[in-house]
Design a protein around this ligand. Structure first.
Ligand code: PLP
Length: 478
């Protein structure tokens, strides 16, 4: 036995593990397009994977075998082409390979001392993303775990700015003595922004929504009046590029103009909607992005890198440093001037998410991502056309991007009965498992809202999905 080996951990198993996992991965990926999203049956963890902590482990090879034999089937196959729930992308081949390398290298991606590779690739990737989304190259940025945390970072910078405008360093002193932070938005605001405001101590109820339309679109005049009423006191405006139920956009340019006129912070949540900038047909929806003070984009949605990945960009990078300063003598005495993401966001320890982001952008480039976005836009139009052609399906919203909001409406039912039917239909789709698509409330109506962002999805899946919805709906009515 090698002296350096722990008696119970056998390093000789590593070769076998790598080989068997790679073989299983290849077989899994070969089946992914055709397999249902979820196997029917038991929705709990398979019994062979449960049980008490073993006193003596069974070794890596046997354990991994159990995980592959029982775990792969128990997973939701959300990286395949039939997953339209939430807004969930797949994993491109380049991103998958690079993410495996991130585990292999196990980097502590907090600063340029702990991992010059991960942090360097993070900086390169963020510059590439700014170019892709037409954001100013001078913006600061970091990779986060997703759009919720990117919203948190952007709004933390907003909070810091808001305090400094009143002579208070909130990161240092807290909110003591300050009034409430006014946060203005349309009805498109995503729940994660509210969560971020709660985490920041700004509070969920800080938000005032300006909309007179049931779809949530902004009432610009009312927002302007409220800004005027503040008489120069600082505020935060949050705009949404890509509302999660319909893909609708706030008017990014006009809201930016308001922010500028009244000297408000302008935060833009473009978790998936900012990808509209890549396609000539939808680029106009993002006009004005360069005016935002902080911008959120997701990685695990339309970029098709694995969970968890998102991006926060902030025009005045110093605000990120002041909000998230992370200093201790042992961490790094020489970070002055270096990119130091552990001091620009909430995480101290961070995994090397940059490898997957860098690899997928390098592998497919601007043209590859434009192609992917345009394909998804066409597929959404195809799905909308299939919905419109089905007499018992009713589309509830325009399709400006990649989400199709519709419901089953066979006629002759009250709104309450339709809500019940569509709730049952949503559950039936999940139970059936061939596809995943969830229900939402859109303008008070229960609706389906499939979102298309996966690089593997093609026209066949769109047509089959609508067939499945019609089949399950017909079965519901008996
Ligand atoms: C507009 C918008 N913002 C934020 C989020 C939250 O993203 P995440 O789950 O990556 O935190 C989503 C998720 O769908 C979203 O659509």
């Amino acid at each position: 036995m090698n002296d350096a080996n722990l008696p119970s951990i056998n390093r000789n198993e590593i070769d076998e593990i790598i080989k068997t996992v790679a073989d299983e991965a290849a077989a899994y990926l070969a089946r992914l397009d055709g397999r249902p999203v979820r196997s029917q049956g038991d929705k709990t963890i398979p019994a062979p994977l449960a049980g008490p902590l073993p006193e003596r482990g069974e070794g890596a090879a046997q354990t991994l075998r159990a995980l592959m034999d029982h775990g792969l089937d128990a997973a939701v196959h959300s990286s395949g082409p039939r997953f339209f729930h939430f807004v969930t992308g797949g994993v491109t081949p380049a991103a998958m390979g690079a993410d495996w390398l991130a585990t292999l290298l196990d980097q502590f991606a907090t600063n340029s001392l702990s991992s010059p590779l991960a942090v360097g690739l993070e900086q390169v990737s963020l510059d590439w993303l700014k170019s892709l989304f037409r954001l100013p190259q001078g913006m600061g940025g970091i990779i986060t775990t997703g759009a919720t945390m990117a919203n948190f970072v952007g709004l933390a910078a907003a909070r810091q700015w808001w305090g400094e405008r009143q002579g208070v360093d909130i990161a240092q002193q807290g909110f003591v003595g300050l009034p409430a932070v006014p946060v203005f938005s349309s009805g498109y605001l995503h729940a994660s922004v509210i969560k971020a405001l709660a985490m920041l101590g700004i509070g969920r109820s800080a938000v005032t929504t300006f909309s007179r339309h049931p779809d949530g679109r902004v009432d610009l005049a009312a927002m302007e009046q409220a800004l005027r009423n503040l008489k120069g006191a600082p505020a935060v405006i949050v705009a949404t590029a890509g509302e999660v139920n319909s893909g609708a956009f706030d008017p990014i340019g006009p809201l930016a103009d308001l922010a500028q006129k009244y000297n408000a912070w302008y935060h833009l949540d473009g978790a998936f909607g900012l990808f509209a900038a890549l396609a000539p047909g939808t680029r106009h929806l993002t006009a004005g992005v360069e005016q935002a003070d902080s911008v959120t984009v997701d990685g695990h949605k339309w970029l098709n890198v694995p969970y968890d990945s998102g991006f926060s960009f902030v025009k005045e990078a110093g605000l990120m440093n002041r909000a998230f300063a992370y200093t201790a003598a042992y961490l790094d005495g020489s970070t002055g001037g270096n990119f130091n993401p552990g001091s620009m966001g909430p995480e101290g320890s961070r995994r090397a998410r940059s490898l997957a982001v860098w690899a997928t952008l390098r592998a497919y480039g601007r043209a590859g991502y434009q192609e992917l976005v345009e394909r998804c836009l066409l597929l959404a139009q195809r799905m909308a056309a299939r919905v419109d052609a089905a007499p018992e399906l009713e589309r509830l919203a325009d399709v400006p991007l990649n989400i199709v909001c519709f419901r089953y409406n066979p006629g002759g039912n009250s709104e309450e009965a339709l809500d019940r039917l569509n709730q049952q239909l949503g559950q039936a789709i999940l139970d059936d498992g061939r596809f995943y698509a969830g229900t939402t409330q859109y303008q008070g109506k229960v609706a389906l809202r499939p979102a298309i962002v996966n690089w593997r999805t093609g026209g066949g899946e769109i047509d089959e999905f609508i067939q499945v919805v019609r089949e399950l709906a017909a079965r519901l009515l008996g």
